[in-house]
Design a protein around this ligand. Structure first.
Ligand SMILES: *[C@@H]1O[C@H](CO)[C@@H](O)[C@H](O)[C@H]1NC(C)=O
Ligand SMILES: *[C@@H]1O[C@H](CO)[C@@H](O)[C@H](O)[C@H]1NC(C)=O
Ligand SMILES: *[C@@H]1O[C@H](CO)[C@@H](O)[C@H](O)[C@H]1NC(C)=O
Ligand SMILES: [Ca+2]
Ligand SMILES: [Ca+2]
Length: 208
């Protein structure tokens, strides 16, 4: 009887021990699983940050290339690489038209390009324009349409107190009907009918 009980207890003890061992080993497995999971997550995070670092570096190089390119372009084309028909002078950009039209139409056409007919208010600008126009007739932003004999620039400023470069004997208001000004031979200014058709010069500030 006693021996039986002893054996029983021994068996129970063994069972318990076996159970504990089983529990311990499965716990071990879980811990290992958790650890490997953690490792995978860490590896993934590290590789992700590597990739994003690489792509940001790539972006930087690309931006630098773009900057280099555009700065080179801006040295060659200060009015913008997309506006190569505009010529730079003294902080402004000038367009010398290839078509001839009336003064009024020229004014509108400059407006559609976010510019206005050129205002010549210095000898330097006059030199630049006369060199470029080579004795061809080009409208400038000067007229006496509002008040005969009172020549005003297109920005509303009076022309008389400032720089002028009229041809000798001009403005002569021929036929009492010459109210718009263009540059002519040697870049000198002349008044002519506003419906006369000639080239024109647009002017706008250079991009920053
Ligand atoms: C951009 O230009 C600078 C100097 O002009 C040069 O040092 C740099 O290497 C260039 N960068 C690239 C990406 O070409
Ligand atoms: C830089 O300019 C060169 C040629 O001028 C062109 O081939 C290249 O695609 C440009 N790069 C960028 C990033 O605009
Ligand atoms: C007046 O100016 C016009 C040009 O606009 C010219 O053809 C004409 O000969 C000039 N008239 C006189 C009298 O100078
Ligand atoms: Ca006139
Ligand atoms: Ca005239």
């Amino acid at each position: 009887m006693d021996k039986d009980r002893l054996q029983d207890e021994l068996r129970i003890f063994r069972d318990r021990n076996f159970l504990r061992q089983k529990l311990r080993s499965s716990l071990m497995v879980y811990v290992l699983l958790a650890l490997s999971y953690l490792l995978i997550v860490i590896l993934f995070a590290v590789s992700l940050s590597r990739v994003s670092m690489l792509s940001s570096q790539l972006n930087e190089v690309r931006n630098e290339l773009k900057r280099n390119n555009s700065s080179k372009d801006f040295k060659l084309f200060p009015c913008g690489p997309e506006a190569r028909e505009w010529e730079y002078f003294g902080g402004k950009c000038y367009y010398f038209s290839l078509r001839q039209t009336s003064w009024q139409r020229a004014k509108v056409l400059c407006g559609t390009e976010h510019s206005r007919l050129a205002i010549i208010n210095s000898r330097a600008k006059q030199n630049f324009i006369m060199y470029r126009t080579r004795n061809q007739r080009f409208w400038i932003g000067l007229s006496d349409q509002n008040s005969e004999g009172v020549w005003k620039w297109i920005d509303g400023s009076d022309s008389t107190p400032g720089f002028t470069y009229w041809k000798e004997g001009e403005p002569n208001d021929s036929d009492h009907n010459e109210d718009c000004a263009h540059v002519w031979t040697y870049g000198e200014w002349n008044d002519v009918h506003c419906t006369y058709e000639c080239y024109y010069i647009c002017e706008k500030p250079a991009p920053p």
